[in-house]
Design a protein around this ligand. Structure first.
Ligand SMILES: Nc1ncnc2c1ncn2[C@@H]1O[C@H](COP(=O)(O)OP(=O)(O)O)[C@@H](O)[C@H]1O
Ligand SMILES: [Mg+2]
Length: 978
């Protein structure tokens, strides 16, 4: 045996198992540090193929394992990007299947059902996942987040998710959620990916996490010359090294593959001139040479082994030997010999799970996959689909093979893809849309009805996934199949206009609706009534109150004439909103009452057929200060949306509910509704929806006094919505931000924001009584910065419009509190108190409880200033108790301060109530942070726990140190314990 061949024989085994790790000292240091602290919650490894990402993840897994962590690993795979939640299933499913039932029994049934939507292992007892509404995928995400926290209960958890550049969309969304809301407890998520191929949304989420300090990154580069030499030392002649290093670019995969090719060559032929030349050739131009070498390696296998490898590459990664045999069209018993050949040659590796194997590297799998011809691959998918079908596997799980194999006109495939699409719509809408798309491509010409159904289903799924432009395209394709003027076509046009509004294409939507109406010969029929209702809604976006009123009138008359109570209800609600916008008194009351009565007379099924009826009703009732009713009708609308899977009004309804609950002083519930709105909007990926949801969050946070949260959410919301162009809804968002800025003390910012939002001094863009809210903010901001004359001019505007406003509860409250602030600033404390008391009375009558308590707080302040101490104390005590009960901590603290100023010794009466006098000075948020500091947590950890940025935590800490008069975290801990 020659020396070179000897070397080859000695090391070929070494190459089929992992070579010892070389270099990577700094990367390993970062990795080790993530195991030492609980945070950051995510470690990302980014780099080109073969650079050593997976290897580093393996090292991480081994050290975590050695420390007693629970380690779960999964990887996305090429050619399998459409298996829903594939990466997570790969990492967790086996583990969950092996858990004994008691461990899972403690998960509540609702969460278990949501988890079953992700993990096949949990579908043992649970039939259908209880999720219909794609908007609510975030509930699945929350359930998985809770599951991870639970799995980390006994020991810390490391979740490894590799090759994310091939991630399926459902997993990508789930990971995005986990990046925004890291699971509680010691959970470290480590991800590997090729940055150039990573889906855009996931990249953005990782970058956001990085900016927030929750993601730490490692980017392994080329190995150094010395490390490269160490890697292939003894495998190849020294003389080859410089060329190999240059050609491989220091990439360990290419280095090892070149070494492998050289070894094979040395084995096949003793060294000689021909072999030397071949050696030199192979060392040149990796990766092309490596690809060629792998192709040769595959070609050199006996036919059975080669076809088993190809079957394996088609069936999945990691692959199951039975599935590989099916795909390769050989009996399972014949597959075992060839499998051993593949393993001993190092093409295929074993895994921890018996009967499951993987390829040496994804690049090797790809080469094997491509070595099989496209026709052969289709046949392999066909065989897999048939075998799975025969086993009774449901369509969702074989659709991937069906889509790859089916011929046009294959009815069974069309059915299966359609079923799979509907089954996936709730949890993985983009995949569902792809399934519908595949079914459409197979559908023979002429099946117009089915095509229309599929196109609509595809449009709905795309819309739910936030792909609105594509959703619109699918609707347009459907419209082209139906003659203009056909009632069905009109329905499609109406839906399309709805999508266009969400895209901010208001003129397109308007034109579409008008021309659809023109094509209708029968203006008295149901399609016309529905269309006119949509035109009334369209006017809302354009702030055209007159048009809104006109279309509302026509549509409600048409609905009444047809005996269609749902349409009539929706139209009346819109009419009421239009009349509110025009500040028209009495008529609006009639429309509003009519709408409410009709909605309440509808059965669930009837209302579900026109979800806009309850949606517009909640908004009209909010405008008319019927806060309790808003909550009741919103809850019914939300329940029906969930039950029927119609999500288009979900976020808007949550918005109305949040706003009403805030007025009612039910701030915990309001915050919950706002959080739901934000989470839901995040999964839809729609900026407009997110803008509204963040507006809801701003409102609640301003009321509770979490001003950091309020301002950040408000600014983001205003920025998102500004792109929609001016509209009534945009005005609302900036007005909400204006209030947050006022409370946060940014008076100039408040004035600019409000004026900009409502369209200038006349506040034309704000509807009816909402103008008073804008002017109220301007009075207060100008008063606070000492420009009393300017403040007075804003107050005059309120007074001028006030007599015309119905209902007058909230506008009067706004007018009188504004007046009270201004009078107080002028030193007229007595009249200020009178105004504030009038405000409280007006707010009480409108059930605007939070505003009523705030007015009492102001009245108490004014009475104190007027020297009427006893009356002041009485009012302030009442305000303090009410505000505390509502959870409006910041306003409550103001009441406490006023009371102290009047010489009353009072506790805050906070819900915890057990803190010392020092703690007492802290707000709820400050107290939370102080307690976490006392537990020894870092600012980063606290930020992650409370969903605050590190900067915000720091700012709170400055306040806390000041209030408690301490200088260090240690002193703070001591002070809290004493
Ligand atoms: N630092 C290293 N020391 C030894 N072998 C390495 C090193 N980095 C990578 N490898 C080997 O190189 C090959 C490719 O690395 P891998 O981690 O799979 O790359 P990637 O995941 O980035 O595509 C694997 O066989 C791996 O074991
Ligand atoms: Mg890898």
């Amino acid at each position: 045996m020659t020396a070179a061949a000897h070397t080859a024989a000695a090391h070929v085994d070494g190459l089929s198992t992992a070579a010892p790790l070389v270099g990577r000292a700094s990367e390993l240091a970062v990795i080790a540090s993530t195991l030492n602290g609980a945070l950051p919650a995510v470690l990302r490894l980014a780099g080109e193929p073969g650079i050593g990402k997976s290897r580093l993840l393996t090292e991480l897994a081994a050290s975590a394992d050695a420390r007693g962590w629970l380690v779960l690993e999964g990887a996305a795979a090429e050619f399998a990007e459409d298996l829903p939640f594939g990466v997570f299933v790969g990492a967790l499913d086996d583990y969950l299947a092996a858990l004994d039932d008691r461990a899972l029994a403690r998960i509540d049934p609702a969460t278990a059902a949501l988890l079953a939507a992700v993990f096949p292992a949990l579908r043992r007892d649970i039939a259908a996942p209880a999720l219909a509404l794609p908007n609510e995928r975030y509930r699945i995400h929350r359930a998985v987040r809770a599951l991870l926290a639970r799995l980390a209960g006994a020991a810390p958890l490391l979740l490894v998710l590799d090759d994310l550049h091939w991630v399926d969309t459902a997993s990508a969304e789930l990971l995005t959620h986990l990046l925004a809301y890291p699971p509680r407890g010691q959970v470290l998520i480590a991800v590997g990916y090729r940055p150039a191929q990573l889906p855009e949304r996931l990249r953005a989420a990782l970058d956001r996490g990085h900016a927030a300090g929750r993601v730490v990154g490692v980017e392994p580069g080329p190995l150094s010359r010395d490390d490269a030499r160490a890697l292939v030392d003894g495998l190849v002649p020294r003389a080859e090294l410089p060329v190999m290093y240059a050609e491989s670019g220091g990439n360990p995969f290419y280095l090892l593959e070149l070494a492998r090719a050289l070894l094979e060559l040395a084995r096949a032929a003793p060294p000689g001139r021909a072999a030397d030349r071949a050696l030199a050739d192979i060392s040149r131009q990796a990766p092309a040479a490596v690809a060629a070498a792998i192709r040769q390696e595959i070609a050199a296998f006996p036919a059975t082994a080669r076809s088993l490898a190809q079957g394996a590459a088609v069936s999945g990664e990691p692959f199951d030997v039975i599935a590989a045999a099916v795909a390769a069209d050989m009996p399972q018993s014949d597959a075992l010999g060839p499998l051993d050949q593949l393993i001993s040659a190092g093409l295929v590796l074993t895994t921890d799970v018996p009967r499951r194997f993987r390829f040496r590297h994804p690049l090797v799998r790809r080469a094997v996959y491509e070595s099989a011809g496209p026709g052969w691959r289709i046949a392999a998918h066909q065989r897999l689909a048939e075998a799975l079908r025969a086993q009774g596997v449901p369509p969702t799980e074989l659709a991937h093979h069906v889509a790859a194999a089916a011929q046009p006109g294959d009815q069974q495939a069309i059915d299966e893809l359609t079923i799979a699409g509907h089954a996936l719509a709730g949890r993985a809408p983009l995949l569902a849309a792809r399934r519908f798309g595949a079914a459409l491509r197979l559908l023979p010409g002429g099946e117009t009805c089915r095509r229309l159904d599929l196109l609509q289903a595809r449009a709905a799924s795309l819309g739910a996934a936030g792909w609105l432009t594509e959703s619109r395209a699918a609707l347009m394709e459907a419209m082209a199949l139906v003659a203009p003027g056909d009632p069905y076509r009109v329905q499609l046009e109406t839906r399309c206009a709805g999508v266009e509004h969400l895209l901010g294409l208001h003129p397109d939507a308007h034109r579409r609706l008008k021309s659809a109406l023109d094509t209708l010969s029968d203006r008295g029929g149901a399609p016309a009534a529905a269309l006119m209702t949509e035109l009334a809604a369209d006017a809302l976006w354009r702030t055209d109150w007159e048009a809104m009123r006109r279309w509302g009138q026509d549509a409600s008359a048409a609905g009444r004439h047809l005996g269609d109570r749902a349409i009539e209800a929706a139209a009346l609600a819109l009419l009421a909103l239009g009349e509110f916008g025009l500040a028209l008194p009495e008529q609006a009351e009639d429309a509003l009452l009519g709408a409410a009565t009709l909605v309440e007379s509808l059965t669930d099924a009837e209302l579900a057929a026109r979800p806009d009826a309850s949606f517009y009703l909640t908004h009209a009732e909010f405008a008319y200060e019927r806060f309790e009713r808003v909550v009741r009708h919103a809850d019914r609308g939300l329940r029906l949306a969930r039950a029927t899977g119609q999500g288009q009004f979900f976020i808007g309804t949550l918005y109305a509910k949040t706003a009403a609950l805030t007025f009612l002083g039910r701030l915990d519930e309001a915050r919950e509704a706002a959080d739901e709105a934000v989470d839901s909007a995040l999964v839809t990926g729609n900026d407009n929806q997110l803008g509204f949801a963040l507006q809801a969050r701003t409102r609640v946070a301003t009321a509770t006094g979490d001003l950091d949260v309020a301002v950040v959410a408000g600014e983001e919301s205003a920025a998102l919505l500004r792109r929609l162009g001016p509209s009534v809804l945009v005005a609302g968002s900036a007005w909400t931000l204006g209030e947050a800025l006022l409370e946060a003390g940014d008076l100039g910012g408040c004035v600019t924001t409000v004026l900009d939002a409502v369209g200038g001094p006349n506040a034309e863009r704000a509807a009816g009584g909402f103008r008073c809210r804008a002017w109220h903010l301007l009075v207060r901001a100008e008063t606070a910065r000492g420009r009393l004359d300017t403040a007075q001019s804003w107050l005059d505007r309120i007074d001028a419009i006030l007599p015309r406003l119905t209902p007058s509860g909230v506008p009067t409250t706004m007018a009188e509190t504004a007046r009270a602030w201004l009078l107080l600033a002028r030193g007229e404390a007595g009249p200020a108190a009178t105004a504030a008391l009038a405000a409280a009375e007006a707010a009480d009558s409108a059930q605007a409880r939070l505003e009523a308590s705030r007015a009492r707080l102001l009245a108490g302040r004014a009475l104190g200033a007027a020297g009427l101490r006893d009356q002041a104390v009485e009012l302030l005590e009442r305000a303090r108790a009410e505000l505390d009960h509502y959870g409006a901590h910041r306003y409550r603290d103001e009441a406490v301060q006023e009371l102290r100023r009047l010489g009353r010794r009072v506790g805050r009466g906070g819900r915890r109530g057990n803190g010392g006098p020092g703690l007492d000075a802290l707000s709820e948020r400050e107290r939370q942070i102080a307690e976490l500091v006392a537990e020894g947590r870092t600012n980063k950890e606290i930020g992650a726990e409370l969903l605050l940025s590190v900067r915000t935590v720091e700012r709170h800490l400055t306040h806390i140190f000041g209030k408690l008069n301490v200088a260090s975290r240690a002193q703070l801990g001591a002070s809290l314990r004493s």
